[in-house]
Write a protein that binds this ligand. Structure first.
Ligand code: SAH
Length: 343
């Protein structure tokens, strides 16, 4: 018999499962608290339940866990990178970063990825499967437990395309922000997408205070199509229209991610075109010097090109940031540790 993935259930779903089994309502509150607030990894740990009840739960429900297969700690800035292994032996990466405002975790949403962006290490092994809501929670809870910290911010920027695993990701977001659980603020969560247009509209209609990051990486479709296969399906115009809808609905500022690749998308002309396209959208531009991965021969933009690009965008009135490199001594960019273990 397939056991029920108990940490993926909402409070009401859990209540239904438990009342179907003739358990009193207060049990739901207790069990939900163990799973989502305390973040236990076994029924064993639910010490206010009788042994009999724990055994009964164990026989019908499963608490999904993940094992720390590798853990790398940066000597420079305390960034911690994990390679987690789930029960089916599939592996994902998560990275914990320390900021002035607290701890942030970058989590994976799928095992592998279908999107095939040519600069991205996650695309190399192809797609294996979606993560369940409980497995995404597991990344957060396991890191938190291992480091004995409370994580306050989450970015869905690890391996996978979150909007390609829409239902599970949405459920994860609701569970992790539940005040009866981890109680994170939706405003402290960012979801990064390569731009699946229909899903951006759907997400906007959820009207969450979630920050949306859109991986644009190019000022026009021609350049975008060179590095991102998804650009053949959705034009930049369509994506920006969806983004405008998102900001109108939520009043949240969108972050456009732009990986600066030497000689591909980093000229002054590219910057001007980008600004023309983004004009009028509530947004900010986040430049990422492309992370050079050994499987590809892309090179980072040089410091001068980066500077020129920034000044064009600022002159046009855009807020621009350059992503800080954390954990550079442990290859903290997502996808690379998993690859190094596979090969
Ligand atoms: N699928 C989602 C989220 C995962 S990738 C997305 O496309 O947004 C998280 C971010 O890292 C994306 O902006 C992605 O384009 C970027 N990225 C991937 N590989 C990179 C690399 N080698 N250098 C810089 N940024 C990279």
């Amino acid at each position: 018999m397939n056991k029920i993935d108990i940490r993926s259930l909402s409070y009401f779903e859990l209540e239904k499962e438990l009342t179907d089994r003739k358990l009193p309502k207060f049990r739901t509150a207790q069990i939900y608290d163990w799973l989502h607030s305390k973040g236990v990894m076994s029924f064993e740990e639910m010490t206010n339940l009788s042994k009999d009840l724990r055994t009964k739960l164990e026989s019908e429900f499963e608490i999904k866990t993940c094992k720390v297969l590798r853990k790398l700690v940066s000597q420079i800035d305390e960034t911690v990178k994990y390679l987690f292994e789930f029960s089916d032996k599939s592996t994902v990466e998560s990275v914990v970063m320390k900021y002035k405002y607290g701890y942030s975790i970058c989590i994976s949403t799928q095992v592998g990825c279908k999107m095939g962006c040519t600069f991205c290490a996650s695309a190399i092994g192809g797609f294996q499967r979606n993560l369940t809501p409980s497995e995404m929670l597991c990344e957060v809870l396991t890191a938190q437990r291992d480091l004995n910290i409370k994580i306050s911010h989450i970015v869905l920027m690890g391996t996978g395309e979150p909007l390609d695993n829409y239902d599970n990701v949405l459920k994860f977001l609701k569970l992790v922000t539940d005040e009866k659980g981890q109680n994170l603020s939706m405003r402290h969560i960012s979801l990064s997408t390569c731009g699946l247009v229909e899903r951006i509209y759907e997400l906007a209609d959820e009207n969450l205070q979630l920050t949306l990051s859109v991986s644009l990486h190019a000022p026009n479709d021609e350049i975008r199509q060179r590095t991102m296969p998804v650009a053949k399906k959705y034009s930049i115009d369509e994506i920006l229209k969806a983004c405008k809808y998102y900001t109108d609905k939520t009043s949240r500022r969108i972050s456009f991610e732009y990986a600066m690749i030497n000689g591909v998308n980093d000229s002054e002309e590219n910057a001007k075109e980008l600004c023309r396209r983004l004009k009028g959208i509530l947004c900010h531009i986040n430049l990422i010097p492309v992370n050079e991965i050994k499987e590809r021969d892309y090179r980072k933009s040089d410091a001068d090109s980066l500077k020129r690009f920034i000044s064009v965008c600022e002159d046009k009135g855009f807020a621009v940031t350059v992503r800080r490199t954390l954990g550079s001594d442990i290859n903290a960019s997502c996808g690379q540790l998993r690859q190094s273990v596979r090969t």
